[in-house]
Design a protein. Sequence first.
Lengths: 317, 529
Amino acid sequence: MGRLIATRLAAFILTLFAASVVLFMTISVLPGSAAKSALGMEATPQAIARFEAQRGLDRPLVVQYGGWLTKTLSGDFGTSFQNSVPVGPELLKRIPVTLELATLAFLIANLVAVPLGILAAARHTKRSDKATTFVATVFGAVPNFWLATLLIMVFSLHLRWLPPGGFTPFSQDPIQNLKQMIMPALSLGLVSSALLIRIMRASMIEVLSSDYIRTAHAKGATETIVIRRHALRNSLIPYMNVAAVEFGFLFGSAVVIEDIFRLPGVGSLVLVGIINRDFPVLLASALTITVFVLVVNLIVDLGVGLLDPRRIKGSRA
Amino acid sequence: MAISTRQKLNMRESTLGRRAFLVSGTAMAMLPVMGLGVRAQDMTPVDGGILRLAFSADPAGMDPALGPSGMSHVVIEQIYSTLMSLDPDAQPYPDLAESFEVSTDGMQYTFMLRKGVKFHNGDDLTAEDVKFTFDRLRAPDSGYAYDSQVATIKDITAVDPHTVRFDLTAPTGPFLTYMAFPGSSIVPKKLLEGGHDLNAQPIGSGPFKFISYQPRSMITFEKNAEFYEAGKPHFDGLEMHLIADVTALTNAVLSGTVNFSNEIPPKDWQTVIATPGISGQTLEGSRFYWLLPNHDRAPMDDQKVRQAIAHAIDRTAIVAGTFFGQATPILGGVIPQWNWAYANLDYFAPRGDVEKAKALLVEAGFPDGFETSLTMASSFPAMVSMAPIIQANLAAIGIKATIDTMEIPRYWDEIWAPSKFDMTAMYWVSPLADPDDFVYNNYHSGTALNVQKSSDLAMDEILVKAKSGTSQEARKQDYLKQQEMSLEQMPIVPLVNAWLLIAHTDKLKNYKPMRSGFLKTIKDAWLEA
């Protein structure tokens, strides 16, 4: 067991290091100058040179990377090129927002996917199965930003039930927080449910065709009891593997949705970093998302490893 | 022009919302005089409430010396105060100064300061703070983006705690206007000498105190109860919602999430002002759109070719197609009708003059036209929208222009800064509303904005002379000559002046939009109960 954890942790650190190199190099070679983006149309050559010298942008790329990595490892994410705001504290304020959004979207995705997946599997090849598959196809085909715009038009501008954006912390006003979160979470969650519906359906179909399910039927158990007591638990194991990875992706999918709904999360910071070529902001926020996805994957890996009967057996031997 | 620095400041005349009541500048100018539509109870101030304003950009710093963007200035003018301020028609008036004197040769300005003015931290504001402020801006390594405004200051003397004297190296026509610029905001000497960072915690003597800033989200302010204009401001505070996506910004206005915006996109204007509870005002300011032909590339180096292009443009099509009617075609000089230096030059036909343009091309030796390209910054929707109109106009006289678009960071880097284009378009928003600011940076050779690489000694001389004129009449005559020269040489092709589109709640009273595009007059407004 200890070896498993050590192996996975080593892989985590190596992957994170590789990701940081790729992130830094990719961002550094993006066309467009950080200095000219910050200084705008009136940027003189002298002002550009001063800007780049002050921020070390005139140094070789490897030196820049070394400096950035050293500072980042010590917890210093630098300051924004655009507004001089320290990036680290800003990120800390934003992580809970994106985490809440991703969690709510994840809940919605599962609340939609599990029942629909079970329904489709239980009614395999029947109309409700086809209808569910159709719904999953639609959710999968709809871009989340389009769904977001549609939701705003209906629930904010037409019905006026929900605010079109903004953020109030849950601790300050839970109702207002949920009102502001429900549409962005739906935009992400419904689209994300498309994959999960298919996984749930496929997993359940496989379990329902098992011998022990046939035995349960032969013993006279009703369909509901068979699914609830016998099939559901087993079919959820592969489903949860995929769902956990999907949670990581939801955290990273918030970029455009946060901007549309004006949520001050990590995703909107990525966007502003790209648009303005604000390298410290872009690097720190993209790295945060990378870390989150890797951590979720690490937990899933370890969880699966721990639940694997062969491994459990092996470790007991 | 654009962009980050002077972005949100423009206006044309104006009007009232829902009834889509567009009126001419003259008629609008008369409205306040006539008192039309103003009920007595509307003019009784109501204290309290929070005004929620929407903006598309974040401030690039909140230290007056280091905040180069238009949004920085919108924030700075609420927190700090200036010796002079601009009224809604862009005329300077004494603000922190109670009065001022100008020597007859225009080389010395003496300001008598209000007494009892305090910074938000409780310190007194004195002449020493004024001297410190401008010495800080003038320092060689200050990094102040508007250093040309303080370039003619030779010396500043704090005569006594409430009198400060500026000695200049040369007469400077817009000097009083410069003193009203947000960059000229007075900062607390004692605090800054102690190492205080105004970017992190701005402290001034303006109507609102800074509370917090969350990038890409919101800036909050509270009322400065000690503000030197008794009884003002009326709001308990301000919330500036930062909404980069213009559709989200419009949605925020429509849904009432915010109750003020001066950045309504033209495409949404009719929808916004037709919404119950929302009023609209339009005002012409100085948001000039220009087509820039590159003088370093043939055949754009030929004056007649540039004239032909200028005459080929159908400006009414741009007004209708790009700005949905919310702009004024520039048919002569750039200086707008509302400004004292307006020259009333009737030069271009509103719909363009194809025959004249073709004749000019023949004179230039291009009877069959030529091939060229038009490179636009895709981040500016107006540029992308007007590109096909310009392309069609040019095609009508035989010029085949291909359109290229590029996102803004690449555009600054690869197109704008190195002047690598045949033709491009840009806009300029003047926050000063002084004729010098309308034309100098764009027409004078060697400036950062002169990416078209035009260069003419006579043009440079007239611009300098007009700037240093000591009387408004003398300056007006110089700007008349400058505009005539600009139409003859056609270093850049003026297109339209886009209006400022302001939408706010019906409950907002006594708000007077400013032609400079600034929001200084927010302190005078209130929300009806």
